[in-house]
Design a protein around this ligand. Structure first.
Ligand SMILES: Nc1nc2c(ncn2[C@@H]2O[C@H](COP(=O)(O)OP(=O)(O)O)[C@@H](O)[C@H]2O)c(=O)[nH]1
Ligand SMILES: [Mg+2]
Length: 591
């Protein structure tokens, strides 16, 4: 059967260039979402996406469109723009045949435009360029059209001028998609077979694990027997359907289409993203490398199982999270999780709380250090939690990134001023049209401190960056520990450049003093480097006189109450684990 009536594509762009808004217009003109149900950035369905105004998850949707008396099925996948979610984009790429590269006409090409374009090109997708927000009458329109054409390697006439806000040019763009993006084809080796690639998944309490698939060949129906190849797990298909954009049951899903297959499987670990249902399509996805590590413990120590289940379910829709068990004396059993960046960690911590109702205590985000314990032996240990750094060691190596910052010449000087505080090295510049691309090396630890906020504030938002892991560098680093009311707070240990230790320690102590709630006892905050106290502060007690109302009362009762209060204090001291939320860490990390 010809698949000539199907087009599968995604929208890629730098953050805020208008992907989700363009998707809204597509949903409208194709009548996929009724006018009364329409709301801005319709496909951003997570609460967190709506609150933060950013896309975190890719979102597939199937639309119907008629052109020249022929009906088409258009499968669109909206993607996130932030580099921490690039794994979402790369997975979407395997399910589609083309991409619309959107460039905000008021901003021009940005760092993630370059990064996304490069990824799409490598994935072999047909790329269509479009310049968005032309309703704003941007003065730079002509130069942005030019730089976009240069990037893609096409003529300026082939860059479409659109407004996702007013809908101008959107119908034409749909027609271009039909004309230029290739229809799906069934790979030669899969002809006559059944094969569906899993590019995403979620967990449903009733339907179990649900796989989001691109069907490469054959068709899938309810009640058929099927199998995950990688985990060799058989199941009976519970339901198939497509994205409307909510999941909508259908009789079958066929080759060339994008849809879902509900498996009824209750164990989330059986599904592996990149795996195939039926005949194997390709070798799966490149595993993303975790870069930022944080230990999570349930706030309520009994909830370890709940935390585990929640993480497993969350990982179905976010396979970039790496997990392994962790435990410590104070906080009990938990997990060490690996993330692609700081935003990825913050979002995950909030999703655990919002979507799964588990509140967690977590450690300071850390990168993975390589430590040589003795100068005699050429052996390196990987340290992903600062508390594990021994007090004596021979060498410590930290991960470095290749950073690219795209900005206008006006801000070059201010960015140069960040060089020392963020330990940037080997800085080079290169002109791109009227702007400048700064290439530099920087420790990953600096990147996950508040580099993004600082860059944004000094350039008033007129700079963007992307980065890649580059390797390791030997550095002069030491560990600091935080003690509150004489207890070491395990999650607050940090590894810092030696030259910054005293300054950072004082800042941490002061910030903690402001952030910690008062208790019934005084809390001394001490920051130690080895056995040396390098900063201290005190949170005064909030005194409650329990015996006051017993004026003249009998002594034994008074004694009992005192005792109770003392036990209460002891209990509180024992728990002197501070609830360190993702937001508190964010505060502590600020320069
Ligand atoms: N004026 C104007 N604003 C737009 C247009 N497209 C998107 N926006 C605005 O740009 C911001 C980012 O849009 P969004 O679709 O969330 O971008 P995304 O991050 O690429 O998905 C929102 O405030 C939109 O309202 C457009 O064509 N014209
Ligand atoms: Mg978006």
């Amino acid at each position: 059967m010809s698949l000539d009536h199907i087009r599968n594509f995604c929208i890629i762009a730098h953050i805020d260039h208008g992907k989700s808004t363009l998707a809204d217009r597509f949903l409208e003109v194709t009548g996929t979402v009724e006018a009364r149900e329409m709301k801005a950035q319709f496909l951003d369905s997570l609460d967190l996406e709506r609150e933060r105004g950013i896309t975190i998850k890719m979102a597939p949707v199937r639309m119907a469109y008629s052109l020249n008396h022929k009906s088409y099925i258009l499968n669109l996948i909206d993607t996130p723009g932030h580099p921490d979610f690039a794994y979402e984009v790369s997975r979407a790429f395997k399910a589609v045949d083309g991409a619309i590269l959107l460039v905000d006409a008021t901003q021009g090409i940005q760092a993630q435009t370059l990064a996304n374009f490069e990824m799409a090109r490598k994935a072999g997708l047909k790329i269509i360029g479009a310049v968005n927000k032309i309703d704003m009458n941007p003065v730079q329109l002509e130069s942005v059209l030019k730089e976009t054409a240069n990037l893609i390697g096409c003529s300026e006439d082939e860059i479409y001028r659109i407004s996702g806000k007013t809908g101008q040019g959107v119908n034409e763009l749909l027609e271009v998609i039909i004309a230029k993006i290739p229809a799906p084809i069934v790979p030669e080796n899969l002809k006559g077979k059944k094969s569906a690639l899993i590019f995403d998944s979620i967990y449903d309490d009733h339907k179990g694990v649900i796989a989001f698939v691109r069907v490469f060949s054959g068709e899938f129906k309810n009640n058929e027997d099927a199998k995950f190849i990688a985990s060799n797990t058989g199941f009976k298909i519970k339901e198939v359907g497509y994205f409307n954009p909510k999941m909508k049951m259908s009789e079958k899903i066929k080759e060339g289409e994008i849809g879902y297959i509900a498996t009824g499987i209750k164990d989330p670990d059986k599904l592996k993203i990149g795996d195939t249902i039926g005949e194997k399509v390709f070798e799966g996805y490149e595993e993303p490398q975790a870069r930022v590590f944080v230990s999570f413990f349930p706030e309520d120590g009994d909830k370890n199982e709940e935390l585990k289940k929640s993480f497993q379910k969350l990982r179905l829709s976010d396979p970039a999270i790496k997990l392994e068990p962790d435990s410590n004396e104070v906080l009990g059993r938990g997990f060490k999780a690996g993330f692609l960046g700081k935003l990825h960690f913050e979002i995950t911590s909030q999703r655990l709380e919002r979507e799964f109702n588990v509140r967690t205590v977590n450690s300071f985000p850390s990168v993975a250090y390589k430590v040589k314990k003795s100068s005699q032996k050429d052996e390196y240990t990987i340290i992903e939690n600062p508390k594990d750094l021994p007090s004596e060691f021979a060498e410590i190596w930290e991960p470095i990134v290749d950073l690219e910052i795209l900005t206008s010449l006006t801000y070059l000087g201010s960015i140069m001023n960040l060089r020392d505080s963020f330990r940037m090295e080997d800085m080079q510049t290169q002109n791109i049209g009227e702007r400048v691309l700064i290439k530099t090396k920087m420790p990953l630890m600096e990147l996950i401190s508040d580099f993004d906020d600082q860059l944004k504030s000094i350039t008033h938002g007129f700079a963007s960056f992307s980065y890649q892991m580059s390797g390791y560098k030997k550095s002069n680093l030491e560990r600091v520990d935080v003690f509150i009311a004489k207890d070491m707070v395990v999650g607050l240990s940090r590894i810092l450049p030696k030259k910054d230790i005293e300054f950072e320690a004082r800042k941490m102590a002061q910030k903690l003093k402001d952030l910690l709630p008062q208790q019934q006892f005084t809390q001394a905050i001490q920051v130690l480097n080895g056995s040396r106290v390098i900063a201290r502060e005190t949170v005064p007690a909030m005194r409650k006189d329990v015996t006051g109302y017993l004026y003249g009362g009998d002594r034994t009762r008074k004694m009992k109450l005192w005792k109770k209060q003392k036990e209460g204090k002891k209990k509180l001291l024992g728990m002197a684990k501070v609830k360190v939320s993702a937001e508190v860490f964010k505060e502590l990390l600020k320069k």
